[in-house]
Ligand binder design. Structure first.
Ligand SMILES: Nc1nc2c(ncn2[C@@H]2O[C@H](COP(=O)(O)OP(=O)(O)OP(=O)(O)O)[C@@H](O)[C@H]2O)c(=O)[nH]1
Ligand SMILES: [K+]
Ligand SMILES: [Mg+2]
Length: 428
């Protein structure tokens, strides 16, 4: 097994940079630079020197001993000054050592997975945590990283194994008198798991939104002040505004943290009948993106007649509050009137939806759970046909168990690993 190293902190100037080494020679390699006496677990303030004796930097050397480390291997971390030149000098010295090489993206985490320090879902949670920009994303990633999906899957697995073994017991005693009818217990175990799975499957869509962001489209007639509103919400001039009706044509996207939720705001073309070909294309695109968004903010006198359905949870506000006698439900991107109220309305609607999210967060999870659900449904079905069919029912349960095992990477995951680790940055 190679010993690998990489800069674990971000590139560029910083107070401190962390270079991580993992593998059988991690302590030895660190000692080449930092001097001997780094055995076991500990922290040492050392001067780091090149093999020719030249001083590279001073820093802290942390050592962890297998298996008590992030990767499960011997690990050393060099905390040095966050200087590009100092970091490069240390990396260069390490790369010249025999049996030591630069890590590939995600390779530290991959070793942690291989050494049983994390399950596959936790690896996904870690990737999500590193990408997390908002509170909702952080909380969701932490739940997965803490192993909650693995614990849930383990509970389901136990219940299904018990159900399958009840059936198998009956099969084994096929020629004898079976003391009790096992079907009530099997049915209750399987239905319990199915109810959990159905809830989790339904929650994945929202969990994915928390991961990738909710889309909120601003729609209305031309010159309602949609682009001005977008700019006010974004806090910058993201879209062109002008007194000419039909200014916006492409969909303008602005990503923002809206009260802790990741939101992509869409500014769209003003909706009206037009003979201008290009404006017409913009309007068609506006309708299409608005329909598929999670939420629409109608900035218009009325929500009718715009050619976009007003859906459950959508928000209607009146344009140009400053030009009205009665501000009421009106808003103004220009004066800022009503903006805070709009933000809290949007976040209320979206936050309410996040309560249905479960612990599973990805399409991969959804597919595995769907597969298990289908098999369990089949299993329950054939159970009704009596003991002759118990072996088929048990086989369906085993199919479901295997599908659930893939959630945490017990089986069938080799082909997934490259895909998952490709999204990792170097040094993770
Ligand atoms: N008085 C007043 N004028 C506004 C307000 N918001 C925008 N305007 C003006 O209204 C005109 C249109 O604003 P835009 O933000 O370009 O409107 P839009 O809805 O994006 O227009 P299109 O992209 O053409 O559909 C501009 O001259 C703005 O300065 C407002 O709240 N009050
Ligand atoms: K305009
Ligand atoms: Mg506009």
């Amino acid at each position: 097994m190679d010993t690998i190293f990489a800069l674990a902190s971000a590139q560029g100037k910083a107070g401190v940079a962390v270079i991580r080494l993992s593998g059988p020679q991690a302590h030895e390699a660190a000692a080449v630079l930092a001097g001997p006496g780094l055995k076991g677990r500990g922290m040492h303030l050392r001067t780091l020197r090149a093999p020719d004796g030249e001083r590279l930097d001073e820093g802290l050397v942390l050592t962890f001993q297998a298996p008590a480390s992030f990767t499960g291997e011997d690990v050393a971390e060099l905390q040095i000054h966050g200087s590009t030149a100092a970091v490069n000098a240390v990396l260069r010295c390490l790369s010249e050592l025999d049996g030591v090489r630069m890590a590939e993206p995600g390779e530290f985490t991959r070793r942690a997975l291989e050494n049983g320090k994390m399950d596959l879902a936790q690896v996904e949670g870690l990737a999500d945590l590193i990408d997390a920009e908002t509170e909702a994303q952080r909380r969701q990633a932490q739940a997965v990283l803490a192993g909650e999906l693995g614990q849930l899957a383990e509970r389901w697995r136990k219940d299904l194994i018990r159900a399958a073994s009840l059936l198998e017991a009956v099969i084994d005693f096929a020629d004898e008198e079976v003391p009790t009818d096992v079907t009530p217990e099997v049915r209750s175990l399987v239905s319990g798991v199915m109810a959990d799975l159905e809830r989790e499957v339904a929650g994945v869509r929202i969990a994915e939104r928390i991961r990738t962001g909710f889309e909120v489209a601003i729609v209305g007639p031309p010159n309602a002040g949609k682009s001005t509103l977008l700019n006010a919400l974004a806090g910058r001039e993201a879209a062109i505004t002008s007194e000419y009706a039909g200014t916006t044509r492409d969909v303008i996207e602005v990503r923002m943290d809206l009260a802790g939720l990741p939101v992509t705001l869409l500014d769209t073309a003003g909706l009206r009948e037009t003979s201008d070909h290009v404006e017409g294309l913009g309007i068609a695109l506006a309708r299409q993106r608005a329909e598929s968004a999670d939420l629409r903010v109608f900035l218009a006198e009325t929500v009718d007649g715009l050619g976009i359905a007003f859906q459950d949870g959508d928000i209607h506000v009146l344009p140009k509050a400053d030009l009205r006698d009665e501000a009421g439900n009106a808003i103004s991107g220009q004066t800022g009137a009503g903006i805070d109220r709009l933000i809290s309305q949007i976040s209320c609607v979206l936050t309410e939806r996040t309560t249905t999210s479960g612990i599973a967060t990805r399409e991969r999870h959804r597919q595995a759970m769907k597969k298990a659900l289908t098999a369990l449904g089949e299993g329950l079905g054939v159970l009704e046909s009596g003991p002759d069919m118990y072996d088929i029912a048990a086989e369906e349960l085993r199919t479901a168990i295997r599908a659930l095992e893939s959630l945490v990477g017990r089986i069938d995951v080799e082909n997934l690993l490259d895909e998952i680790f490709a999204s990792f940055c170097l040094g993770k």
